[in-house]
Design a binder for this molecule. Structure first.
Ligand code: FPP
Length: 239
């Protein structure tokens, strides 16, 4: 019997916290607080399923334009989530990494994040990558700037060499991208990396998302045929 393929990398756009809070008659931050429980469950589920990388869009470049109260609360939540869950990450051999313009985060966030990344760097299980102050266009533009400042010449630029200048170097492209929250767009997330990623849109608002929903998506992924531009006949012949 052929074993079902486990996706190596899942990326998630965690959307709908604000609406979830509104539906519960509360302030937006209440939705973000409950979103942390969904983050825990998704990490647990990805680990159990044998996924190697889980990238979470926790704060976009554009999110800096939200009201200051909400931005401050999100930053505090990030710090408290890392503090509360670090032991748990260690027990479960989870390695924490980050992508994005981390130097823009408040110093206390940077410190907490750097300490947690340092402490978990030798862990051998799931790698959780937090996208913070991240946007795909920012990442690509930054890669171009670094190519120029490293005097890389035209002949040396190809897809492989270019991807080494992205924040995600050495991380495989996502097999699955999930967006919750009843919106159907990419919102500047991993623009380069999702060229051949399978897209899934969940009608759930993020705080209601649990590992069972992740498992359902993985099962549906296993029924899809990934072609990478080839014909169905070619794929059949390869298998
Ligand atoms: C989108 O919902 C969610 C965010 C901008 C922040 C995501 C943050 C968390 C889930 C909590 C902290 C994360 C970690 C990793 C500890 P929205 O506010 O855009 O919702 P809306 O579309 O309903 O307004």
């Amino acid at each position: 019997m052929k074993l079902k393929i486990i996706p190596e990398h899942i990326a998630i756009i965690m959307d709908g916290n604000g609406r979830w809070a509104e539906e519960h008659g509360k302030e937006r931050i209440y939705g973000h607080q409950n979103g942390v429980e969904a983050v825990r469950s998704a990490i647990e589920g990805a680990g159990e399923a044998g996924v190697k990388f889980l990238t979470l869009y926790a704060f976009s470049t554009e999110n800096w334009n939200r009201p200051k109260d909400e931005v401050d609360a999100l930053m505090r939540l990030l710090v408290s989530a890392i503090q509360n869950d670090l032991d748990n990450l260690m027990t479960n051999q989870v390695r924490l990494q980050a992508i994005g313009n981390i130097s823009q985060l408040p110093e206390v966030c940077q410190k907490e994040l750097n300490d947690a990344m340092e402490k978990t760097k030798e862990n051998s299980g799931l790698t959780v990558i937090l996208a913070l102050s991240y946007s795909g266009r920012w990442e690509i533009m930054n890669a171009v700037k670094r190519l120029i400042s490293n005097n890389i010449t035209e002949n040396d630029v190809n897809e492989n060499s270019f991807s080494m200048f992205l924040n995600t170097k050495n991380i495989p492209d996502p097999d699955i991208l999930i967006r919750t929250g009843r919106e159907y767009r990419i919102s500047n997330f991993l623009l380069w990396q999702i060229a051949y990623t399978e897209l899934f849109f969940s009608e759930l608002l993020w705080p209601d998302f649990r590992k069972e929903h992740l498992f359902d998506i993985i099962k549906e992924y296993q029924t899809r045929q990934r072609r990478f531009g080839k014909t169905g006949k070619q794929i059949k012949e390869e298998n």
